[in-house]
Design a protein around this ligand. Structure first.
Ligand SMILES: C[S@@+](CC[C@H](N)C(=O)[O-])C[C@H]1O[C@@H](n2cnc3c(N)ncnc32)[C@H](O)[C@@H]1O
Length: 333
């Protein structure tokens, strides 16, 4: 077997040296050499191809990566080799996510009675917040607030109002926040907030604009001291989320404070989702935060009806919910 691999390795090296492109994907199915190596379940070959520069995130015409092929065989070892290549490649170079900016947005009720917030991207309506996400938002609020040492006097910051699902859950707590700051940029969403009475709510402060205008850099202390911080801006890229991460140590009040974000990047593919999840944890850790993850079941409960006229942006059955806190050693430094 080792001999076979040595021989294959030599042949592949010779092919590459003579100009064969390692990124080649066949015309019939869009399969790359990495897909093929995962298909024959040859870990050494997978490693070799990745070493030679094979794209860990190439997708075939069915949108499957080599990691998906490995998973379909339940081959955890090969899956991890491919995933780790993705993590090493660094989040800033991953281009799988929603990378559009706030476009025309519309808030409406779909035929299933769900509230949906749609934006138009390249002529297609994309749901950026839909009623089915209530379960995620409810569990997030529970994880953020339950047994919080300051539960009777919470100061909450939420970035991105959308349909206001999470903000309604914060307001519905037995002991609502003593300060509830919401940053929202989109004029249509701000209009919706006006119509639904958010500007009149006691102890709620609405900051109109992009979060980047209010939280200018990681050392900016103009808004700070929150017990709970949540962000869900969806239309932004991972680089924006990472920039927001950098501001978290200054936004949080103390070691009891908790931070969460909508963990939806790459959520149309288990490999991409896994890579984003791991990279987020690594980046938060480098800033002195540790993350606890819990799983939320978001599998289909009806014939795919939850998407309405939007594009699927979260097609996995499990949402991985992050709760981050400052590590004590960081606070003592
Ligand atoms: C997915 S929705 C948030 C949904 C919300 N979590 C809920 O429970 O309904 C995203 C929101 O973030 C807003 N947004 C996007 N980028 C933003 C930015 N840079 N600053 C502030 N708000 C932003 C959008 O206008 C949109 O209202």
């Amino acid at each position: 077997m080792d001999q076979d691999i040595d021989q294959i390795a030599n042949e592949i090296s010779a092919c590459l040296q003579s100009g064969a492109p390692i990124w080649y994907q066949n015309l019939a199915e869009g399969l790359s050499p990495l897909h093929a190596a995962a298909f024959i379940q040859n870990e050494a070959l997978v490693k070799l191809l990745l070493d030679k520069g094979a794209l860990w995130n190439a997708v075939d015409y069915l949108k499957n990566t080599a990691g998906d092929v490995a998973l379909s065989f339940n081959n955890g070892a090969i899956y991890r080799v491919i995933r780790d290549a993705g993590i090493r490649s660094g989040a800033s170079r991953i281009s799988l996510s929603s990378n559009f900016h706030i476009a025309n947005s519309e808030i409406s009720v779909d035929k299933h009675g769900q509230n949906i917030c749609l934006v138009e991207v390249e002529g297609e309506d994309v749901g950026v917040m839909m009623g089915w996400e209530e379960g995620i938002m409810l569990k997030t609020v529970r994880k953020l607030c339950e047994r919080h040492p300051k539960s009777s006097r919470l100061k909450v910051l939420n970035v991105g109002f959308g349909l206001g699902i999470i903000d309604n859950f914060f307001q519905g707590l037995d002991e609502p926040p003593i300060e509830h700051v919401i940053i929202e940029a989109h004029p249509n969403v701000l209009e919706f907030m006006k119509k639904t009475g958010w500007y009149e709510k006691p102890r709620v402060k609405i900051l109109q604009g992009r979060w980047q205008e209010f939280i200018r850099n990681p050392n900016d202390l103009s808004i700070h001291g929150f017990d709970i911080v949540f962000t869900d801006t969806f239309s932004e890229r991972y680089t924006d989320l990472r920039q927001f991460f950098e501001c978290i140590p200054n936004l949080l009040a103390d070691e009891d404070s908790r931070f969460s974000f909508f963990n939806g990047l790459g959520a149309t593919d288990s490999l991409f989702y896994d890579v984003y999840t791991q990279i987020s944890e690594l980046h938060l850790s480098s800033l002195g935060l540790y993350v606890e993850w819990s799983d939320v079941d978001v599998s289909f409960d009806e014939e795919g009806g939850r998407w309405g006229r939007s594009r699927e942006y979260f097609s996995l059955p499990i949402y991985r919910l992050p709760i981050a806190r400052m590590k004590r050693s960081t606070l003592e430094c």
